[in-house]
Design a protein around this ligand. Structure first.
Ligand code: PAF
Length: 281
């Protein structure tokens, strides 16, 4: 049976004692509204570490849209039993006051990494992510922390932040978990209307088809093809599709590229914004 902690000071004390006992600490930060994607991170964490800590905190500083923050699903009464069943030892559910006793005014410089794709369309989002994740890292001080590859750019930002701030935490990226129809699992899927939910699997279907067309289409043609395929469904509207260097996330010009190529997409399904990605090379 795990414990639920809501005070920073209490959690720090518990972790300190566990570390004195020589326990390894794994950490999965979440914003709640958990699904099988989160549980896959938790299961990996439980397998790798003596103690698993999961935080549930809807971080206001990473929302560039007030309505998105207001509508973000919150369901702790459903989340906690899921975490218990997955073998979590500590659930950390702080209030906003606990995490931000004073406004966090730090501004991180990630170079181009947070200027492209999500960073371009959600200004300030990654600065807010870096603020909260660094605070959580300072509180939990884990040996390892787990993040999903669905938020590919977020994972790159977290890795950059770890290097920048000199954390010795091992960052573990975990594969995307999909619904049987291919839709990447996301807390936002709960907010889709039945028609938009029906259309949404086209996003993954298109990326999967596109990956087989790299011999037929240039990078430029591929971008157009993907955008047109998805936009052909009147319930979906592509915000961006980019083919980017898998490390720098800068757009690539051709398939003949020295590093991996990642395809990242953001799509509006009604007023719900979905993201997905796939390695192309
Ligand atoms: O990926 C998320 O759910 C959030 O961005 C995170 C990492 C928990 C920070 O609030």
């Amino acid at each position: 049976m795990g414990v639920i902690v809501d005070k920073v000071a209490d959690l720090k004390k518990i972790i300190q004692n566990l570390k004195h006992e020589g326990k390894s600490i794994g950490f999965v930060p979440t914003m709640g509204a958990l699904h099988k994607g989160h549980i896959s991170l938790v299961e990996r964490c439980v397998a790798d570490n003596d103690i698993t800590v999961v935080s549930i905190f809807v971080n206001p500083t990473q929302f560039n849209d007030k309505n998105d923050l207001k509508n973000y699903p919150r369901m702790p009464e459903r989340d906690i039993p899921m975490l218990e069943a997955a073998g979590v030892d500590i659930v950390f559910m702080p209030t906003e006051q606990e995490i931000y006793p004073e406004p966090d005014t730090r501004v991180f410089d990630f170079g181009m990494l947070d200027k492209v794709m999500e960073g371009k369309f959600r200004p300030g989002h990654f600065n807010g992510v870096a603020q909260v994740v660094s605070k959580l890292f300072d509180i939990v001080a884990p040996h390892r922390a787990y993040f999903g590859q669905k938020d590919y750019q977020q994972l790159a930002i977290i890795r950059a932040m770890v290097r920048m701030l000199g954390y010795t935490i091992e960052i573990v990226g975990c594969p995307i978990v999909r619904e049987p129809d291919g839709l990447a699992m996301s807390s936002r899927n709960l907010l889709l209307s039945p028609e938009h939910r029906k259309s949404a699997p086209l996003i993954h279907k298109t990326l999967a088809e596109a990956r087989n067309k790299t011999h037929e289409l240039s990078v430029k043609e591929m971008i157009l093809w993907v955008v047109n395929q998805v936009n052909a469904d009147p319930n979906l509207k592509v915000e961006y599709f980019e083919l980017a260097d898998a490390n720098t996330l800068l757009p690539v010009e051709s398939w003949d590229h020295p590093n991996g190529i990642i395809g990242c997409i953001a799509v509006w399904a009604g007023n719900i914004r979905l993201i997905d990605n796939m390695m192309f090379k």
